[in-house]
Design a protein around this ligand. Structure first.
Ligand code: HEC
Ligand code: HEC
Ligand code: HEC
Ligand code: HEC
Ligand code: HEC
Ligand code: HEC
Ligand code: HEC
Length: 431
């Protein structure tokens, strides 16, 4: 609590200079009432590090995540290998996964419309041709996507960002047309808004005033990727304090999600893994430790979605699927962090994940000895393929050159349950 009080006071001091004492008293009065109400509401819960009264963070409240390496080196080093860290970066030949080599650098829409990926003196470009004549060259400026499934690309025009028509599709190791783009012509004006950047960067400073859906950005004030501060809150003040007080080993001005309530922990992930939620405040105003429901219309019930889980896409809505699962509903503690250590790249480590299932499901217990489990030799090495099978996404669908039906990506379903068909497949594979 002291943390909230002291930072509220320092904000109030700035106000005093400008507007005098009465505003300060009023402000403190409101702050005290606010804190009392919150304390009453949350008596039985863990201490929230929320700071709802503060102004929205701006670029100066953030630092480069490299700064954290000075004192948290192992976490920083591991984190640079994660899909989160790599999900947005300035484009260069090394980080773009698609090929610029002749023979594999083109995409034909129709016999007369073609696009080619080219390396020129001034950078890397997607160049549109009509009947062999160059029509438009668009620069690769920003990469979106670590490349687990694919990479999309953004291009600056003045202070606006446009999504490029061609995406790299990992499963086919090919250039493809971008998801949702037409299959028979080159679309060059798909404007990128702050919501796209809110899920793929940690902060992007808008320059078109306070608007719900900013479309103009300061290109020098972007924190690429899902970095430390997306889950720990803007950290400039933490760095400043700990640097000035090296002898003080108590952390200040920083959020540790494990000290938040269950909902606040889930909110951090649900900002981006909670489906297509509708915002009620401008992008980037929600930061870790706040209540997502104050910024978006979110449904935190775990009611009757079970019957409809088939309608929830496996892409980008792990939260809704998990919430519909019996594990989540019956357990009172499960969050995303029960199974995920997001500081590390743990992709594909099925045995590690299975061990996390076993923190609640004891294979030695009698209830575990079901007919299927008893028939397995190494049941403990992989719970995942039977209970969280990979399923095709309905929304990530791209057209490969010359194909009439789109190709989809598959993702793990977070609707943890019993899947007879996948069980059969798994048994066939392992026998
Ligand atoms: C000058 C050193 C220093 C720098 C730079 C620094 N920290 Fe810390 N941090 C500390 C110390 C000291 C602690 C408390 C001891 C510990 O947990 O290691 C701490 C603790 C933390 C905690 C745990 C908080 C808690 O309540 O348990 C988090 C999270 C954290 N830091 C995040 C960051 C992030 C993110 C950055 C970069 C933006 C960063 N730190 C940069 C010194 C630093
Ligand atoms: C700012 C948005 C954002 C937040 C907040 C966020 N994620 Fe993500 N997450 C993403 C994006 C985007 C990807 C896809 C990265 C890629 O491959 O380009 C991703 C990927 C992942 C992956 C897959 C990693 C892999 O190796 O493929 C896991 C697991 C994950 N997130 C878990 C979490 C958890 C748990 C939280 C909360 C503690 C969280 N995420 C918070 C945006 C976010
Ligand atoms: C609501 C948050 C959200 C928004 C908005 C969003 N994404 Fe994503 N995106 C994700 C998450 C989460 C993933 C990881 C896959 C998953 O969980 O389905 C992802 C995955 C991707 C991937 C595949 C990454 C990989 O390495 O496999 C690409 C490419 C991508 N997004 C591009 C975009 C672009 C371009 C925009 C905006 C025009 C956008 N996304 C808007 C959340 C979002
Ligand atoms: C996707 C969310 C996410 C990102 C990104 C992230 N963290 Fe964390 N971090 C967490 C969560 C969740 C915990 C609490 C884990 C627990 O103890 O349950 C945590 C705990 C910590 C702690 C305290 C516990 C410990 O392990 O020492 C430190 C310090 C920390 N993070 C630093 C960092 C730094 C530095 C970065 C960037 C290099 C970073 N984190 C990136 C989610 C994240
Ligand atoms: C935090 C504890 C916890 C973790 C971790 C956990 N579960 Fe559960 N799970 C539960 C609880 C509680 C139930 C409900 C049991 C009951 O009904 O008595 C459950 C139920 C289930 C069921 C039955 C589902 C149904 O619809 O009948 C399956 C299957 C299952 N879990 C698999 C898994 C797998 C696989 C993992 C790891 C990926 C996992 N669980 C991780 C707590 C957990
Ligand atoms: C009961 C354990 C469990 C919980 C809880 C859990 N996950 Fe997962 N998650 C997994 C497993 C297992 C995988 C597959 C990992 C792999 O194969 O690399 C996975 C994969 C993912 C992926 C990558 C999907 C793909 O197929 O590319 C994302 C994103 C993700 N989880 C996000 C989340 C978010 C967000 C939450 C909380 C809402 C969450 N997870 C909660 C077990 C869990
Ligand atoms: C070959 C596929 C397969 C594997 C591997 C597997 N399960 Fe299951 N599991 C099933 C099936 C099918 C059922 C339904 C009962 C049956 O047919 O035996 C089930 C039932 C369950 C249940 C509900 C039990 C009950 O009381 O109704 C839980 C919990 C569970 N599994 C957890 C796990 C965990 C944890 C692991 C890994 C340690 C695991 N399972 C590995 C297929 C599998």
């Amino acid at each position: 609590m002291w943390f909230k009080k002291s930072s509220t006071a320092s904000k109030a001091m700035g106000i005093t200079k400008k507007y005098g004492r009465s505003i300060l008293i009023l402000f403190m009065f409101i702050a005290i009432i606010f804190m009392l109400v919150r304390c009453i509401n949350q008596q039985s819960e863990q201490k929230p590090a929320t700071e709802e009264v503060s102004a929205p963070a701006t670029f100066k409240d953030y630092v480069s995540s490299q700064t954290c390496a000075g004192c948290h080196k192992t976490i920083y080093d591991n984190h640079t290998h994660t899909a989160h860290y790599l999900t947005a970066q300035p484009a260069d030949e090394k980080s773009i996964k698609g090929s610029f080599k002749k023979g594999s650098n083109t995409y034909s829409y129709t016999p007369s419309i073609m696009l080619s990926m080219e390396k020129r003196d001034s950078g890397l470009f997607q160049v549109a041709f009509y009947k062999g004549e160059e029509k438009k060259a668009m620069r690769f400026d920003i990469i979106i996507g670590s490349g687990v499934m694919g990479q999309s690309f953004l291009s600056w025009r003045n202070n606006r960002l446009y999504q490029l028509p061609i995406t790299y599709f990992t499963a086919a190791d090919q250039w493809s047309n971008s998801p949702g783009f037409p299959n028979d012509r080159v679309l060059i004006d798909r404007l990128v808004t702050s919501r796209c950047l809110e899920c793929h960067t940690s902060f992007a400073q808008g320059i078109s005033g306070i608007s719900m859906e900013t479309v103009e950005f300061d290109r020098n004030n972007i924190i690429y990727g899902v970095d430390c501060q997306k889950c720990h809150g803007p950290a400039a003040k933490h760095v400043e304090y700990q640097t000035e007080h090296p002898q003080d080993k108590t952390p200040k001005y920083i959020i540790n999600p494990s000290k938040l309530t269950r909902i606040q922990q889930l909110d951090i992930c649900a900002l981006c893994h909670g489906g297509n939620i509708q915002k009620t405040k401008p992008s980037f105003e929600f930061t870790a430790g706040k209540d997502l429901s104050h910024y978006f219309v979110v449904d935190t019930s775990s009611g009757n979605i079970v019957q409809n889980s088939a309608n929830i896409d496996v892409h980008g809505n792990q939260y809704a699927l998990l919430r519909a699962s019996k594990c989540f509903k019956v357990s009172s503690t499960m969050t995303c962090n029960t199974c995920h250590n997001t500081h590390e790249n743990e992709r594909g480590k099925k045995e590690l994940f299975s061990h996390r299932c076993m923190t609640c499901h004891d294979p030695a217990a009698n209830s575990f000895k079901t007919p299927t489990h008893s028939s397995l030799v190494a049941v403990e090495s992989n719970c995942i393929d039977c209970h969280m099978p990979s399923q095709p996404s309905k929304s990530i669908a791209v057209f490969l050159q010359g194909q009439e039906t789109p190709k989809t990506s598959s993702l793990r379903s977070h609707f943890i349950g019993i899947y007879p068909e996948e069980t059969k497949n798994h048994l066939n594979k392992t026998r």
